[in-house]
Write a protein that binds this ligand. Structure first.
Ligand SMILES: O=C(O)c1cc(=O)[nH]c(=O)n1[C@@H]1O[C@H](COP(=O)(O)O)[C@@H](O)[C@H]1O
Length: 202
């Protein structure tokens, strides 16, 4: 399982240069505002980037958006399932990087049973998924693609998340574990990342 540092903090590059980073980082709109050239900064630091812009649009626009953001350092993109199967197929055809499909945000309640048909039709396409941790545990054996789990906690409370999971619960389940406030709101972010590395190598 790869830990992913979610670059949701102020001045992410300063943070990385001060405290270090996992090899994988996730960027959202608060980093995208610097423009695509920011990816060169991650490339320089030998980081792998998950571009989390949660694309939701018609197929041609999703494909164009992914092509526009694609870069050597990019490992994958998030797309929201609300854009439908055709757009997700277009996303997969637009790049050889991973396409992580978001089904239900971890800030919302929702029953897995309501999403099973959608998951069945999506996994045939070969996409990867963003899943709440508990869903990842239940679905791991049925999903050939990669699973990225957000809402991961070790010591911290849930904040604005409804679906949280302890890092230890997804060790042999998730391919990617997203850690944001657990790290950057920690009194010692470098130590917090070292503790995660120790847990994962244990
Ligand atoms: O696609 C995402 O990354 C995502 C999907 C989801 O369902 N829930 C979710 O929290 N995320 C993102 O994962 C990160 C979680 O942040 P923390 O709760 O601080 O670890 C944020 O950048 C969210 O935007």
């Amino acid at each position: 399982m790869k830990p992913v540092l979610s670059l949701d903090m102020e001045n992410p590059l300063e943070f990385i240069d001060k405290y270090g980073s996992f090899q994988h980082v996730k960027i959202g709109h608060s980093v995208a505002i610097y423009g695509k050239s920011v990816l060169e900064e991650f490339q320089k630091r030998n980081l792998k980037v998950i571009v989390d812009l949660k694309f939701v649009d018609i197929p041609s626009t999703v494909a164009r958006s992914i092509k526009a953001w694609d870069h050597e350092c990019v490992e994958g993109f998030t797309v929201h399932s609300a854009c439908g199967i055709d757009s997700i197929r277009a996303a997969l055809e637009s790049t050889d990087k991973l396409i992580f499909v978001v089904l239900k945000l971890t800030s919302l309640t929702g029953d897995l049973a309501e999403y099973l048909d959608l998951i069945k039709s999506l996994r045939i396409l070969g996409c990867s998924f963003v899943l709440p941790g508990k869903w990842a545990v239940q679905l791991r054996k049925q999903i050939p693609g990669k699973i990225l789990v957000p809402g991961v906690r070790i010591k911290r409370g849930a904040d604005d998340q409804k679906d949280v999971v302890h890092l230890s619960e997804i060790m042999n389940v998730a391919d990617y574990a997203v850690l944001g406030r657990e790290i950057y709101k920690s009194p010692d972010p470098a130590k917090a990342m070292d503790e995660v590395r120790r847990m994962l190598n244990a």
